[in-house]
Ligand binder design. Sequence first.
Ligand SMILES: *Cc1c(COP(=O)(O)O)cnc(C)c1O
Length: 379
Amino acid sequence: MNQYRCWAEVDLSALHRNLAWIRKSVGAGVKILSVVKADAYGHGLQQIAAALMHGGTDVFGVANLSEAGSIRRVGAGWPILMLGACLPHEIETAVRDDVRPTISSFGEARLFSVAAQRLGKTVRAHMKVDTGMGRLGIAGPDAEHLLAKVSRLKGLHVEGLYTHFASVEDNAAFSHRQQEQFRLLLKDLSQRGIHVPLVHASNSGGVLLERGSVFNMVRPGLLVYGIIPPGLRTQRIRPNPDLHPVLSWHCRVALVREIPKGTPISYGGTFVAPRRMRVAILTAGYGDGFMRSSNGRSVVLICGRRCRIVGRITMDQMIADVSQTPGVAPGDNATLIGRQGNAEITVCETAGAFGTIPWEVLTGITYRVPRVYLGAHAS
Ligand SMILES: *Cc1c(COP(=O)(O)O)cnc(C)c1O
């Protein structure tokens, strides 16, 4: 037992099993780029990067150069792809540190080419094509012409070509149109004699739902952490016994109180005890990332039972109804995400209560929540 008031447990064996399942599912010969942006989806970048290096990831995907630097400090030699666009003043650092940039325009490509020549390096660039995401990427009709131009720039080697699904978890038809557009471009390029070594499209949803879009690299994020992205299409996928949530989240019971009928609970008195109740004061709040917007919808596990959160969530504390849960005592664990016995609260359930998506729940667990590592290679 640890001494913390609120903490997250990160199971590195689960991470390994998830990566092994993804490997089996996409097949040998397909590279896995593990997405570790935003502190590895809130799991802790350094530990996750080390475990994924052991587990056999091929490439890392990051959102900024400082994340790339953290990975380099864990281990040398792994290719790192920057998934966002580099800012003009970051280009030189990216080139020097050998971070693969994502490039969406000829202007960016030229700046990289200039920097590479100045530094005597070769930039291994991944060109992005916008097939319907509407964020980064060259727009469809210009792509072929632009790629041909870029591939003639000095100091720049087009190592990868990719696109990104906008709603693969929900919309099959739209995702198929995205793929079709991407495939047409690949065909046109190959007719022009332009061959790009790495071609990729699939995020987690793509890996699960679009077998045809695996190409020779995939870019799972959420799936690496053992979570199936929620959506109209993914809800039909059977539970997968080979995937395990890596993170669980816990706090403690600080105090148990009996309160009479009519007692207002927490700020604003938005909840008033409808009867005599027993409540537990818990050591987590929105300062830890337990979102206040979940007022009235959240549950936690205490003594293996689901207990409702009542009244407003405050910065450091919140209040659970334990009237139906005998034996609750100060110091007991309260599980916000994870299992207690047969009871489970998934990150997707929490996301529903918070009115958001699992990605935001995980990346919203704040800095003051220590991550405790379990399983293989934990230290
Ligand atoms: C974040 C990200 C991913 C991973 O998405 P998941 O849905 O978490 O699998 C893949 N590709 C790009 C470009 C991303 O930005």
